[in-house]
Design a protein around this ligand. Structure first.
Ligand code: HEC
Ligand code: HEC
Ligand code: HEC
Ligand code: HEC
Ligand code: HEC
Ligand code: HEC
Ligand code: HEC
Ligand code: HEC
Length: 433
């Protein structure tokens, strides 16, 4: 029985190599021997991982990915690191899908934000902060050069963010925990929301054998990378705004306040700024109703595997409606603070051409290089980035607690705080203290 099974596997594997021509067995035995022999001593854990991988079985070796220029203890600097294109030479479909998806914009969108350029390099190119999660996307030569100039030569591969090296496992990437490191925390706690929702708890029950293996329990991948695709994109996306403006007049007015505070509309003239081009370039928001609808319909198709269509649409439409309601609260906060700028009570930020709140400058820390954002502005930032996100992301991830207590309730508290602070600031300003 055992023997029959392994023979079958062997036959299947040979057929794959013969028919597919997936890869040539490029490295000479001697090169494999040298890399492995020495690295079994210098970094045994890596060699063990490689030996446990599908690559080992398929004769994809160290030098297929790292070249042969480095061959001794003394010349490690000559080694090359594989980027996504290297993987793409053998995995064209995954590479092409990835290149069309949102993950491919991770690095570029990070660098499009003004805040990125005043924070410590360790957190960006070094990957210890923002750059540790935004190390997603095929880097241009210029981007690689800039990174190297700052002394960082790693972080040039996105594929190992879900299939970690050197096991490069498919099963690991199918587990929602593969998304956890990045999709968690302050402004995008999808991990926390999903894992404590009915969808997540059923997934865990299934994993531990309490529910049958056939039980339906959607993972992140099932909703966001359906049928094994590597192209990802949602209808609303991260900022929860889209173009054109909504038809409802109040909502449209609220959106204008938000777009001004994002710096994509000029706060004085209301005309689009250069930042809107940057937003377009990284596909940050859907630019047409149709583009938005396409993604929404894809999602409904997924829900329909396990729910009725009307159930699914009703749930998602509540997410849209809550987004509209969060915009009402946020716009009031923005308008309050814009008024303080207008009346000269808040000073113009050093880094900004307008006397207006700039949500894309985050907390404006700037390592002490800039005038610090005032407390009232930090409350606004938190209202936007933490609590508004949680409200609508919570609806979409079927998590009532995130939607209400961590989201909506906190937004109303933020607005009260902003209004109270503004009142005190105005009173102090009047008395000249
Ligand atoms: C004689 C021993 C030896 C041989 C042979 C050898 N290496 Fe290395 N390799 C090392 C040492 C030592 C380092 C440096 C480790 C460190 O920085 O601590 C290294 C570093 C590396 C690095 C990481 C470089 C970095 O900057 O982090 C890679 C990748 C690598 N080797 C791949 C290979 C490949 C591929 C081969 C075969 C073509 C190979 N090695 C052959 C000893 C060897
Ligand atoms: C399928 C491609 C692939 C193969 C095969 C492969 N590597 Fe790697 N290796 C990578 C990738 C991807 C990185 C990360 C590159 C980056 O961060 O930019 C990496 C990084 C490394 C590093 C530096 C980072 C670290 O964690 O220390 C070393 C050392 C290394 N590999 C050694 C080896 C050795 C030895 C072998 C053979 C036993 C091997 N690799 C086989 C893809 C591969
Ligand atoms: C020289 C060709 C070659 C290169 C380069 C290569 N692979 Fe593979 N890879 C294969 C082959 C062959 C298989 C086994 C057949 C398959 O699943 O496609 C495989 C399998 C895989 C699998 C599935 C493993 C499983 O558990 O079923 C993943 C994931 C993977 N590779 C990722 C990568 C990544 C990431 C890189 C770049 C760092 C890479 N590969 C580079 C040839 C290659
Ligand atoms: C824990 C990982 C993590 C850290 C740290 C992180 N981000 Fe993100 N960022 C993400 C994820 C995940 C998304 C997508 C979230 C979503 O769509 O809900 C994202 C989205 C974004 C977007 C919107 C991209 C788009 O097109 O949708 C920008 C811009 C951004 N982050 C900038 C930053 C900046 C600047 C920092 C540091 C000050 C930072 N991020 C820190 C993980 C991270
Ligand atoms: C966001 C996470 C993520 C990233 C990033 C990612 N993958 Fe995957 N990959 C997956 C998932 C999930 C699967 C399993 C798909 C399925 O269930 O069929 C997978 C499967 C694969 C497979 C196995 C295909 C098969 O059906 O045997 C290969 C090969 C692969 N990926 C290569 C890559 C390459 C190359 C890159 C970089 C361009 C990459 N992946 C980046 C999540 C990811
Ligand atoms: C049952 C399906 C489903 C599951 C499971 C799921 N999501 Fe989502 N996700 C959605 C829907 C629906 C949206 C909103 C789509 C829209 O904008 O219309 C969304 C939106 C997102 C977004 C964009 C910002 C936001 O939150 O609205 C990210 C990023 C995301 N999900 C990541 C994840 C991650 C990571 C997991 C697993 C920890 C996960 N999702 C699990 C359905 C799902
Ligand atoms: C290394 C960090 C990292 C990992 C791991 C990761 N992501 Fe992401 N994800 C990001 C970043 C960063 C973005 C925003 C990309 C951009 O700038 O456009 C993002 C964007 C997304 C989006 C698009 C949201 C939108 O704006 O429409 C979805 C959906 C998503 N990720 C799902 C997943 C799933 C599912 C997994 C696990 C299989 C996963 N991600 C793993 C970092 C990561
Ligand atoms: C793979 C199957 C599957 C998919 C796909 C799926 N769901 Fe579910 N969903 C379930 C199951 C099973 C439950 C648990 C039902 C219960 O509570 O009895 C559930 C529960 C829910 C709940 C919570 C209901 C409650 O009683 O608290 C909501 C809301 C929900 N789903 C919405 C969606 C939406 C929206 C989508 C698409 C974006 C979706 N689901 C996709 C299987 C799925």
């Amino acid at each position: 029985m055992e023997m029959k099974k392994s023979l079958l596997v062997f036959a299947a594997a040979s057929a794959l190599i013969l028919s597919g021509g997936l890869c040539s067995i490029s490295s000479a035995e001697t090169t494999i021997e040298t890399c492995v022999k020495c690295h079994e001593k210098t970094s045994p854990g890596q060699v063990a991982d490689w030996k446990a991988s599908q690559h080992f079985k398929e004769d994809v070796t160290c030098s297929d990915c790292h070249g042969t220029k480095h061959n001794s203890e003394k010349d490690a600097k000559l080694v090359s690191f594989p980027d996504e294109q290297t993987c793409g030479e053998c995995h064209e479909d995954q590479f092409n899908q990835f290149a069309k998806g949102k993950h491919n914009f991770g690095w570029t969108s990070l660098n499009a934000l003004p805040v990125t350029h005043v924070e410590p390099d360790e957190l960006m190119e070094g990957g210890k902060g923002c750059g540790g999660c935004h190390n997603m996307g095929i880097k241009t030569d210029a981007q690689k050069k800039e990174q190297l100039a700052k002394g960082y030569r790693y972080q040039n591969n996105s594929c190992d963010e879900c299939h970690t090296r050197h096991t490069f496992s498919k099963k690991e990437a199918q587990d929602p925990k593969a998304c956890q490191q990045c999709h968690m925390g302050y402004d995008h706690p999808q991990w926390e929301m999903w894992s404590s929702s009915k969808h997540g708890t059923r997934w865990f029950a299934k994993e531990s054998g309490k529910l049958p293996a056939s039980a339906s329990a959607p993972s992140c991948q099932e909703c966001h990378l359906p049928e094994g695709t590597h192209e990802n994109r949602t209808a609303w996306g991260f900022l929860g705004v889209r173009l054109p403006l909504p038809k409802d007049p109040q909502w449209a007015a609220d959106r204008v306040s938000i777009l001004k505070a994002l710096g994509v509309l000029n706060p004085v003239t209301g005309k689009p700024t250069a930042r809107l081009d940057a937003v377009k370039a990284v596909d940050l928001v859907r630019l047409t109703e149709e583009a938005w609808q396409t993604e929404r319909e894809k999602m409904v198709t997924t829900c329909k595997k396990c729910h009725s269509e009307s159930y699914a649409r009703t749930q998602l439409e509540m997410g849209d409606a809550m987004l509209q309601k969060t915009d009402r609260l946020l716009a009031q906060g923005i308008d309050e603070i814009a008024g303080l700028y207008k009346d000269g009570i808040l000073a113009k930020p050093d880094n900004y051409s307008f006397a207006y709140p700039d949500l894309l400058f985050f907390m404006r820390t700037g390592g002490g290089k800039l005038n610090q954002a005032s407390h009232i502005e930090q409350v606004l930032f938190q209202m936007y980035m933490k609590h508004r996100m949680r409200t609508y992301q919570g609806v979409f991830h079927a998590n009532p607690d995130y939607t209400y207590w961590y989201g909506w309730a906190m937004m109303t508290k933020d607005l009260t705080e902003i209004k109270d602070l503004a009142q005190i600031m105005r009173a102090t300003h009047k008395t000249g203290k």
